[in-house]
Design a protein around this ligand. Structure first.
Ligand code: TRP
Ligand code: ZN
Length: 884
């Protein structure tokens, strides 16, 4: 077990910084193994700090110190400072006036496999500083409430590093003897050091420009490695779309004359919003129709938007401390979700987001690592870039939008930007701006930020025939979470509508109001609350509740299969219509799970087949939405609904439903497949995307039939597809079923795409998530494949991540081989890249949800991980908290 470096940091302990940094002048002499950093800081005591301490403590990790100089005197001697493994303490600095501190140190980018600080990716040098990576570059006050103006000079070999980039504007350049050149960048905006970036390499650039509403011309540049220059067009278009959207929807313009994006192959997350110089995972930049799927295209636009939107929500206004992370992330995710909804289909985007929230964030909120949107403590902040902070945080912002309306929300965001521009603020400052701009009271609403766990809302209906009124009684509760045994009621907006029994709209007239409307938002604030509707038709109306998923809660409401089928046909709300189908399928599959467990024969209820058939035979405009209606809830979502997870029964039951549908509706699936199977090179337009999506959904069902004709359809599609969406969908059908040409198709695919790393990631992920019986053996042999690389996070996620997080059936194999395999990989990754290792632990943390035998196997592996020598704080925190 480890002991060092395991401090818990608490929100309640926040104090203002003792010193301020006004200006930072950095000089880098770049080299793969020996980069020399000179930092010249203009500093002063912070008048807002209570402390009297005359010493100055700077954070620093893995640095080789060369010299320290204070106010141009002699370099400090060893008696004048102390070095620890993570800090530099200067015994005494001037207290009354500004002072200049110069520090020189060395760093080794090539040895940096953690990909935090300055590191090497292929032959390019790049940085990642959020959250606390700047301290791996030089000694600094590495906290977001210390904001400074940065000037950065990069010196490097002209041939190896012809392109030298940093934040802001390029202000000067020159040449030096020894084939060196230098460039100076100046960022006019104050920023915290986590937004610092530099990139150096032999890069190609795609250039374009954007003219802002006020008429300023912004130069846009995307830098990639040479072989990828033909895959940047979509990212560039996405950037322009995002810039226009933020002007239109939030009134926000870009503020520098230059916006740069660099794509790198080795990256711990999706992308990073460094001021004026975003650094992206190649996965969220590169796309060509033959290499990227429609969903890749959508994610690229979403992530480009996300990082662009951070310029206002994150950079111009940043976080006071890391507990406030959702201030920028929750808000920015909400912004990117709305952007994507506007660009594609609002209905489809909402369903996809809720699906993700309910399968993954709900699981987090129900497990041992549950924490509030604004956490109260952490050991390693990198572990708190979570689904709760990002996705639930976005839902919380969305609820504010719902409560205030679009106009009220815009007034609130305008005030927020005006009031806090240039500051490092808190989640509370954000809510306060929303309140002040609308004269609203969000006091109780604030609990969404401090209370963890997914609330449960149960609904009881009482229709009174005599008075033609409907009384709804809503009850809310929230299960205890670690450190929070007792929960207070939340302010929950519940959007509802009513339908007559012929499917027409019944208007809602709430008691005490005098206007009937098509929809109402019920303000649920108490643990139990009733709402009555009057003037209703002579028979009980059908309730459509939590429309658009108006709050991140679990709804408990008994519904008959017939009522669900009715809502699937008639609900006007696109989310609830889909949701009715999911619940219908969910009830059927749950029944079958019980049948599997009790050894009964499996038979799918004809009510479900009939409802499904009705959807299938209808004509739909939005084919993507249509495909979602035809999709069964995933095994992971079904698992999340169960108290005790039986992976095998879930798989069997769900497969039985899919196969029955395929058998009984074979003709309809075939017709639909053929009608939409055009030869398409893969344009990113809604019509073509919809056609591909519905066609491949049909092929997915048909593939289960083990029928020669269909196997040939799949082989032909895999061999001849002109776009990656169709090719990978066909390959999935081949890999996920007992298809005779499985291995040869995989081999062909590999040969065709071996030069495209992102496509090869798909090839790994597909095999790792197959339900076929030889998958585990396959995974073991893929670990030895020459293209596998433990140092590349995308590859690790494609193979180890997909197997442990997208293949419940095999990962949870009863003999524990999946658990042992994952633990082995986590231990190996721990010393290379703690952030990636820590994310992989996730698959083991929900051990309490499985049977006794599996619980023991999983906890044994968690204990083995914790007892590893030199375990990182990252991995230790997640593994140890999951065992508490
Ligand atoms: N702030 C980034 C975003 O959400 C994500 C991020 C945080 C990140 N830490 C990181 C990216 C570390 C890469 C590595 O947009
Ligand atoms: Zn972000």
């Amino acid at each position: 077990m480890r002991d060092a470096n395991l401090h818990t940091i608490y929100l309640k302990d926040y104090t203002a910084p003792e010193y301020l940094i006004h200006n930072v002048a950095l000089n880098f002499v770049l080299d793969e193994e020996k980069t020399r950093v000179t930092s010249r800081l203009t500093m002063s005591r912070n008048p807002a700090s209570q402390s009297r301490d005359q010493s100055l403590t700077l954070a620093g990790e893995n640095l080789i110190l060369i010299r320290i100089n204070l106010n141009d005197g002699n370099d400090l001697t060893e008696e004048q400072y102390q070095l620890t493994h993570d800090s530099l303490i200067i015994n005494e600095v001037p207290q009354q006036q500004n002072f200049i501190l110069i520090i020189e140190n060395l760093i080794n980018p090539k040895a940096n496999t953690a990909l935090e600080g300055l590191y090497l990716s292929n032959s390019m040098l790049c940085t990642q500083c959020e959250a606390e990576g700047f301290r791996k570059i030089t000694y600094f006050l590495d906290r977001p409430d210390v904001m400074a103006k940065f000037t950065t000079t990069l010196v490097a070999d002209k041939n190896r590093y012809p392109v030298l980039l940093s934040n802001g504007n390029k202000v000067d350049r020159g040449e030096l003897p020894g084939n060196l050149h230098w460039v100076t960048w100046e960022d006019p905006f104050n920023k915290p050091c986590y937004l610092f970036a530099l990139v150096a390499g032999r890069l190609e650039c795609l250039e374009d420009s954007f003219t802002t509403l006020s008429g300023r011309r912004i130069s846009l540049q995307i830098f990639v490695e040479k072989q990828d220059i033909d895959k940047c067009g979509h990212a560039m278009q996405s950037l322009k779309n995002a810039m226009r959207w933020d002007e239109k929807v939030y009134g926000r313009e870009y503020d520098l004359d230059l916006y740069m994006i660099v794509a790198v192959s080795h990256f711990n997350m999706g992308a990073m919003e460094n001021k004026g110089l975003n650094v992206f995972n190649t996965k969220f930049v590169l796309a060509r129709p033959d290499t990227a799927t429609d969903s890749d295209y959508e994610h690229i636009e979403g992530v480009i938007g996300h990082e662009y939107f951070h310029n206002w929500t994150g950079n111009r206004i940043t976080c006071r401390d890391w507990f406030q992370l959702s201030l920028k992330e929750g808000f920015t995710v909400f912004r990117d979700q709305e952007f994507t909804g506007d660009r594609t289909s609002k209905a489809v985007k909402r369903i996809e987001d809720v699906n993700m929230l309910r399968t993954r964030q709900f699981a987090e909120d129900a497990g041992p690592l549950a924490h509030p949107v604004r956490p109260e403590s952490y050991i390693e902040i990198n572990n708190f870039y979570t689904l709760t902070v990002y996705e639930k945080g976005a839902e919380v912002v969305r609820m504010i939008h719902t409560l205030l309306g679009a106009e009220g929300f815009r007034k609130g965001s305008d005030l927020y930007f005006e009031r806090h521009d240039g500051q490092a603020v808190t989640c509370d400052d954000f809510i306060k701006a929303m309140e002040d701009a609308n004269a609203a009271d969000l006091k109780q609403f604030r609990r969404w930020y401090s209370q963890a766990g997914t609330p449960v809302v149960s609904v009881q209906q009482h229709y009174d025939q005599a008075t033609k009124t409907l009384a709804l009684t809503l009850r809310q509760s929230c299960p205890p979470t670690p450190g929070q045994a007792v929960k207070e009621p939340l302010h929950i907006p519940v959007r509802i509508g009513l339908l007559n029994s012929d499917g027409s709209i019944a208007s809602c007239l709430m008691q005490g109001t005098n206007q009937a409307t098509e929809e109402v938002i019920l303000p649920l604030t108490q643990s139990e609350q009733s709402f009555t509707f009057e003037n209703l038709p002579a028979s009980k109306p059908i309730l459509s509740i939590l429309r658009g998923f108006s709050a991140p809660v679990k709804l408990v409401l008994e519904r008959s299969l017939e009522e669900l089928a009715f809502l699937l046909s008639y609900d006007r709300d696109t989310f609830n219509r889909w949701e009715a189908g999911q619940q219908l399928a969910g009830q059927i599959i749950s029944g079958l799970i019980a049948d599997v467990q009790q050894g009964r024969e499996l038979q799918v209820n004809p009510v479900f087949i009939k409802a499904f058939k009705q959807v299938l035979e209808q004509a739909w405009d939005d084919l993507s939405y249509f495909s979602l209606l035809l999709s069964l809830p995933s095994e992971t979502y079904l698992a999340e609904q169960m108290q005790f997870i039986d992976v095998e029964a879930i798989h069997k039951a769900r497969e039985c439903v899919a196969l029955t549908l395929a058998e009984q509706l074979q003709a309809q699936f075939k017709t639909l497949y053929l009608a939409n199977n055009r030869e398409e090179s893969g344009q990113f337009d809604a019509g073509a995307i919809g056609r591909r999506r519905i066609k491949n959904t049909c092929l997915g069902y048909l593939g289960k039939l083990e029928n020669k004709e269909i196997q040939e359809w799949a082989t032909t599609a895999q061999n001849t597809a002109k776009n990656m969406t169709d090719q990978i969908a066909a390959l999935a059908v081949i890999v996920n079923n007992p298809h005779p040409a499985r291995q040869s198709c995989l081999d062909n695919f590999y040969r065709q795409w071996q030069a495209e790393a992102l496509v090869i990631d798909k090839w790994f992920a597909l095999q790792a998530s197959s339900p076929m019986p030889d998958t585990f053996a396959k995974v073991l042999s893929l670990m030895k494949h020459p293209a596998f690389d433990l140092k590349n996070p995308n590859r690790v996620r494609a193979l180890i991540g997909a197997f442990s997080q997208a293949n419940p059936l095999h990962f949870h194999a009863a003999n524990g081989q999946g658990y042992q395999f994952l633990a082995d990989q986590i231990i190996a990754l721990n010393s290379l890249n703690p952030q990636v290792a820590s994310r992989m632990v996730n698959a083991l943390t929900s051990w309490r949800r499985y049977d006794k035998a599996r619980q023991e196997l999983m906890t044994a592996q968690l204990k083995r991980i914790i007892s590893t020598e030199a375990i990182s704080g990252d991995v230790y925190e997640v593994a140890s908290k999951s065992l508490l």
